[in-house]
Design a protein. Structure first.
Length: 387
């Protein structure tokens, strides 16, 4: 590999030197409030399994039953012969739950976002993205060929200025709940601004779907916005639903356009049918068991109150994502390691996932946690932070 190998080696060495080198953990258990690594149990505060459904017996049973009925692999892409009944049922249920005419499954959120943006946008169009949008939204916007602009985080006034100065097809794209900060987009103001300037609004609700809103339908439900205000609603199934994959919900026109043209939909194998069946069971559970959302909200309040009393650097988040800002990546890594030694699993999130100088511990809470586990987290944080 010669020159290529040299460059790769230099790049890895630089990452190590800057405390930006990343390593994977290997879990020996299912997701849950306690996970096993290297034979030891750890209290898990870094998973996105917000409702505790990833290893729920009913979700597992639905997965198993569908594997018996439909096998494991879907066998082909959706447009060839990989689209089966569980996919169809899940799409119908997601459309109904989100109050949209149709929904379309994608194999991952990353693929949904890049597929949606590169299908809807053409060179000459304008796409406006919040600076803190998820990487998949930024990548999709950049690859679309449209004029790409980022606006300061949550700044509707700054967005409105550039919207007013642009002509033609305009699309505004935001996370409903920002994945590394946990705060929510100002959706009502964004929707009004879009309406005033003939722009379409797309919301990626990966972290709001299942958690926010009276029925758990997400950030748009919490903001009281329907298909007219938010014509393009995307969410993932790998977070609150505890399974895998993603969907987009919207009009017949939107969905048919994506089926015909989205390359990340057309040129890939459909999700295993059993994943769709498990997701449908998860969706039923989250609809039937409001106590999961209620308990999560209670734990968020308990954590914030305790962390506030300890003087920990909380960020302005009301969601299950409760980051503690550290700043320096080396320090964030050291804190994460110290907590690990205390039996607590929290990952240090470093650039380029977050802006330079804003490394943090990204704590996530789940309905599967108990009050006692949150108290234990606070106790260990108190010890490590001052140490
Ligand atoms: C996780 C995430 C995605 C990607 O979804 P995957 O299904 O994991 O590919 C997209 N957007 C946001 C905001 C996310 O947090």
């Amino acid at each position: 590999m010669g020159a290529l190998a040299d460059r790769l080696a230099d790049s890895l060495a630089l990452r190590k030197q800057k405390d930006l080198y990343r390593q994977r953990l290997t879990l020996q258990s299912a997701q849950g409030p306690v996970v096993r690594i290297d034979g030891h149990p750890y209290l898990n505060f870094c998973s996105n399994d917000y409702l505790g459904l990833a290893a729920h017996p009913r979700v597992i049973a639905a997965f198993r039953q569908a594997a018996d009925d439909y096998g494991v692999g879907s066998g082909a892409s959706h447009l060839v012969c990989g689209h089966s009944e569980p996919h169809h049922q899940l799409e119908e249920a997601l459309a109904e739950f989100t109050g949209r005419p149709r929904a379309l499954l994608f194999s991952s959120g990353y693929m949904a976002n890049t597929g949606i943006l590169t299908t809807l946008l053409e060179p000459g169009d304008h796409v406006f993205e919040d600076r803190l949008n998820h990487a998949s939204l930024l990548d999709g916007g950049l690859h679309s060929g449209a004029r790409f602009r980022r606006f300061p985080h949550g700044d509707v006034v700054a967005l409105e200025r550039t919207l007013a100065a642009s002509e033609g097809v305009k699309l505004v794209v935001v996370d409903g709940v920002f994945s590394m900060d946990g705060d929510t987009a100002p959706l009502p103001a964004l929707a009004e601004s879009c309406a005033r300037h003939d722009a379409a609004l797309m919301v990626d609700d990966a972290h709001g779907f299942g958690v926010m809103g009276a029925r758990g339908a997400g950030s748009t439900e919490a903001a009281g916005l329907g298909c007219t205000e938010v014509p393009i609603l995307m969410a993932t199934l790998g977070k609150a639903l505890g399974t895998a994959g993603a969907f987009v919900a919207g009009s017949e026109l939107l969905i048919e356009s994506l089926i015909q043209q989205a390359r990340t939909y057309i040129y890939t194998t459909a999700l295993p049918p059993a994943v769709a069946a498990a997701s449908l069971e998860s969706l039923r559970l989250l609809q039937a068991e409001a106590w999961r959302r209620e308990h999560l909200v209670h734990l968020i309040g308990r954590f914030r109150q305790g962390a506030g009393q300890l003087g920990l650097p909380l960020m302005p988040s009301g969601s299950a994502i409760q980051p503690l800002l550290v700043g320096d990546p080396g320090e964030a890594l050291a804190l994460s390691t110290q907590l690990r030694q205390q039996g607590i699993l929290i990952s240090a999130i470093r650039p380029p996932t977050v802006p330079a100088g804003t490394a943090r511990l990204r704590i996530t809470l789940s309905a599967a946690h108990s009050e006692a586990q949150v108290d234990q987290l606070l106790e260990r944080l108190a010890a490590c932070w001052t140490a």
